[in-house]
Write a protein that binds this ligand. Structure first.
Ligand code: SF4
Ligand code: SF4
Ligand code: SF4
Length: 460
């Protein structure tokens, strides 16, 4: 990636294996594998997914799932962390950039784009900017130059997620529902528990992820307001994530044969697209998101880091449970980069016990505690990637440099602090959306549009 090497030119004895293009998220090309086995360590020891191991022996050996089955048939979560550590591009993201260009030149399509919170603090690294540079305004300008008809923020979807998730948590607490409630906005985490803990499918929140909530609202409310047919709207997501590519193709997240989200590209693919279009990103002026689905609060920005989703939910749940204004919205006890963290937040008389894990190996420990009845938490946030989405498998390569992750994380908190509105329920466009279209949070229409279900899968 860094050196622009996509093909191997020199000759000699070479193996010739079939590329694995069976998934929507990643490509495995064993011909480029040098058997360093970093991916194996990441998958088995950090993520505890046990998908990758050496297949065959000697010159014939390469890394793949058991029996060299297709990645799509394995227990792969599509977290992309193996891609993040592969030094030779034997593992890469599935490239969907051509599809995006094709949509942009299709006169029949109204193409809207959303960008995830973690993208804005990392994309600058591909243009020699300092890690943690907040580039939101430049991203919006670049996307308009590329020809998108609507430029929006996944943070709008994140604020919407909090309205539903906080309501669901309060509902579970008040009605003796299943606790702890687990966050559900990370699709690699969702696939992990479907394979590894199929007996616990009633524990995660039923909320769709922010990218899918955004896509759903774009194909319904936005379509209605703009007088467009949903099938003529194309929703493109720019995500730090490989798992979001596969998430967008889940059958339960499509409606009337239309995906809620049509194409997902990663931060790296977005950077490549800008480079191929000759966009001088570092010197672009700033622009604002479009209206209707472009407003966001500080709470939604911190979705991009471990601890951010549960902090955002706590800000809203606090005010709704106590009917009091939350003076200090900074729940610093929920922040940090330790793999497993726990904290208590007093909401009136109630002590809300919160657990946080990032990295699937850490998540497994909290899940095993739930299985054995030892868990003491009311709510648990889990993100599959180390650091959360700031360390996503589709972000500019950070080569394990924690300083880069820290700078990306700090930038999200700085962006949050710079906002006047820092609680999701203060988002005016979200308030309008419920008033005009959805009705009650966690109500009938909200369930139909914004909630989902999970599927028990085999562990292979
Ligand atoms: S990290 Fe890449 S090069 Fe190393 S073993 Fe895995 S696939 Fe092969
Ligand atoms: S994407 Fe994640 S789960 Fe799948 S092989 Fe790579 S590290 Fe393992
Ligand atoms: S932590 Fe974020 S980037 Fe990583 S798999 Fe989950 S949603 Fe994707």
């Amino acid at each position: 990636q860094e050196l622009g090497i996509r093909d191997i030119y020199w000759e000699g004895e070479q193996v010739n294996y079939k590329k694995d293009t069976s998934t929507f998220s990643l490509i495995k090309d064993p011909n480029k594998c040098v058997m360093c086995r970093r991916c194996e360590t990441m998958c088995n020891e950090v993520q505890t997914c046990n998908v990758l191991s050496a297949v065959n022996r000697g010159f014939e050996s390469f890394v793949g799932p058991a029996f060299n089955m297709d990645m799509a048939d394995s227990s792969c979560t599509f977290c992309g962390q193996c891609v993040a550590v592969c030094p030779t591009a034997a593992l890469t993201e599935m490239d969907n950039t051509t599809q995006v260009w094709n949509e942009l030149v299709n006169p029949k399509k109204h193409v809207v784009v959303q960008i995830a919170p973690a993208v804005r603090v990392a994309i600058g690294e591909m243009f020699d900017m300092e890690p943690g540079t907040i580039s939101t305004g430049k991203i919006v300008t670049a996307l308009r130059k590329m020809g998108f008809d609507g430029v929006f923020d996944t943070n709008f979807g994140a604020d919407l997620t909090i309205i539903e998730e906080a309501t669901e948590l309060i509902h579970r607490i008040n009605h003796n529902g299943t606790l702890p409630m687990l966050t559900s906005c990370c699709p690699a985490w969702v696939k992990f528990f479907e394979h590894q803990f199929p007996d616990l499918l009633d524990i995660p929140s039923t909320c769709k992820s922010p990218q899918i909530m955004f896509g759903t609202i774009a194909k319904t409310y936005y379509a209605q307001k703009k007088n467009l047919k949903p099938e003529n709207i194309s929703v493109v997501s720019i995500m730090p994530c490989l798992a979001k590519k596969a998430e967008a193709k889940r059958p339960e997240l499509t409606k009337d044969d239309h995906s809620n989200v049509d194409i997902v590209i990663t931060t790296r693919e977005f950077g490549r697209m800008m480079k191929s279009a000759g966009i001088d990103f570092a010197n672009l002026p700033d622009s604002e998101f479009d209206k209707m689905m472009g407003e966001s609060t500080g709470a939604s920005i911190i979705f991009g880091t471990t601890g951010g989703v549960i902090e955002a939910a706590t800000r809203t749940a606090y005010e709704w449970l106590t009917d009091e204004e939350l003076e200090d919205v900074n729940f610093t006890q929920l922040r940090g980069l330790e793999g497993i963290r726990e904290a208590s937040v007093f909401i009136g008389e109630m002590e809300l016990k919160i657990g946080i894990a990032h990295g699937l190996g850490n998540a497994r420990k909290l899940l095993e505690d739930i299985q054995s009845g030892k868990s003491k938490f009311h709510a648990i946030e889990i993100m599959a990637c180390p650091g959360g989405c700031i360390g996503g498998g589709g972000q500019p390569y950070h080569h394990g440099n924690m300083e880069i992750l820290k700078k990306r994380q700090e930038a999200l908190y700085v962006d949050d602090e710079s906002r006047k509105k820092r609680k999701s329920h203060e988002n005016k466009e979200i308030i309008q959306l419920y008033k005009e279209f959805i009705g009650e949070p966690y109500g009938e229409k909200a369930h139909e549009l914004l909630h989902t279900h999970y599927v028990a899968r085999e562990k292979i």
